[in-house]
Design a protein around this ligand. Structure first.
Ligand SMILES: Nc1ncnc2c1ncn2[C@@H]1O[C@H](COP(=O)(O)OP(=O)(O)OP(=O)(O)O)[C@@H](O)[C@H]1O
Ligand SMILES: [Mg+2]
Length: 330
């Protein structure tokens, strides 16, 4: 199988198509996409456009009508589907925990199938429960019905990560969690992915989530047609058409600010300017802008230098209008 190690491998979809029997049009119509090894690609698109069907073809829960899938250079359609699924983490939209198994048993399912010793599985379960913010001693022995929807979903994410698979398919995995838990999970996930570099396909309806998590975003139309496939920054800067612009929503500029860090654009030598509001070096430009507005000033100070409103506009490739530029900066 393609996971000699647990780092990501490339996924290639070639004219992948699914025409469900009795349906007038294919649910997925000739999608071709290259997903580089170790990248997280987010699918965004309207309900019913074929996102789940595309994912389920990759781990062969749905058999394609035609087309090809290669993972790590291997032709997925020639592999044994059960064996294949043990090497692909899958967090599904409806969670799908086994009701008669405890949380720990659900999470340990694939490691057990792979023949891990019991103590290694137990240690892994503890580690993953902590990661998804579920206190192990409280949750380990509960049954899924004794959990809230969001808690079940987090167990689903832990289960997908359990055997450290090189490929993960995540279908709206944080959809049922409240905004605070969701943000926490997103942050943990970003950190984890920085270390692990798995190849991940992640479905969401939330464009902010797509921007935060994605190395690339595939904006899909009906039939899984790819409207645009690029980095978040490139899509925000130049949406391919009105359809893509519609997904981004009104405040593309603010969203681009959320992608840039203060340390990316400030001078390297710290300036001792203690009367300015202080911002962390790894804060986003959006946070820095919030801070400037809250203090009614056009600059703030970070450990990597002073950030001005003008520099912020330049980083976006926009020009502040003359009346916006303070006299000292002209
Ligand atoms: N088993 C099935 N048999 C027939 N049609 C199906 C089947 N599963 C899905 N479809 C249809 O295929 C299309 C794509 O469905 P899919 O579940 O892939 O959409 P989706 O993009 O994941 O939507 P959502 O965002 O609502 O989850 C839809 O029109 C759906 O009704
Ligand atoms: Mg779906």
């Amino acid at each position: 199988m393609f996971d000699r190690d647990t780092e990501g491998v490339r996924i290639e979809l070639r004219a992948l198509t699914k025409h469900y029997q009795g349906q007038p049009a294919p649910a997925v119509d000739h999608i071709s996409l290259d997903i580089p090894a170790g990248e997280l690609v987010v699918f965004v698109g309207p309900s019913g456009c074929g996102k789940t069907t595309t994912m389920k073809m990759i781990n062969r829960l749905v058999e394609p009508t035609s087309g090809e899938i290669h993972i790590g250079g291997q032709d997925v359609l020639s592999l044994d589907p059960d064996e294949l699924r043990r090497h692909i983490g899958y967090a599904i939209q409806q969670v799908g925990l086994f009701p008669h198994q405890t949380v720990a048993q659900n999470i340990g399912l694939v490691p057990k199938l792979l023949g891990w010793p019991a103590d290694r599985i137990a240690a892994r379960v503890e580690e993953l429960l902590a990661l998804v913010s579920l206190e192990p001693s409280t949750f380990r022995d509960r049954y899924p019905r004794q959990l809230s929807g969001g808690q079940q979903q987090r167990v689903g994410v832990a289960r997908a990560l359990a055997a450290d698979p090189p490929v993960m398919l995540m279908d709206e995995p944080f959809g049922a969690t409240d905004p605070i838990t969701r943000e926490h999970l997103q942050n943990e996930f970003v950190k984890l992915q920085k270390q692990l570099r798995k190849t991940i396909i992640f479905v969401t309806h939330d464009f902010e989530e797509a921007i935060k998590l994605g190395d690339r975003i595939a904006v899909l139309r009906e039939g899984s047609h790819v409207a645009q496939y690029d980095t978040p920054a490139a899509i925000l800067a130049a949406p391919a058409d009105d359809y893509v612009a519609g997904f981004i929503g009104q405040d593309a500029t603010l969203k681009r600010l959320a992608l840039l860090r203060v340390e990316d654009i400030t001078a390297t030598e710290p300036l001792p300017d203690s009367h300015l509001p202080q911002v962390a070096a790894d804060a986003s430009l959006r946070e820095a802008l919030d801070l400037m507005m809250a203090h009614g000033t056009d600059r703030c100070s970070s450990p990597t230098g002073v950030l001005t409103y003008t520099a912020l506009c330049e980083a976006l490739g926009t020009r502040p209008s003359p009346e916006e530029v303070p006299a000292g900066d002209r």
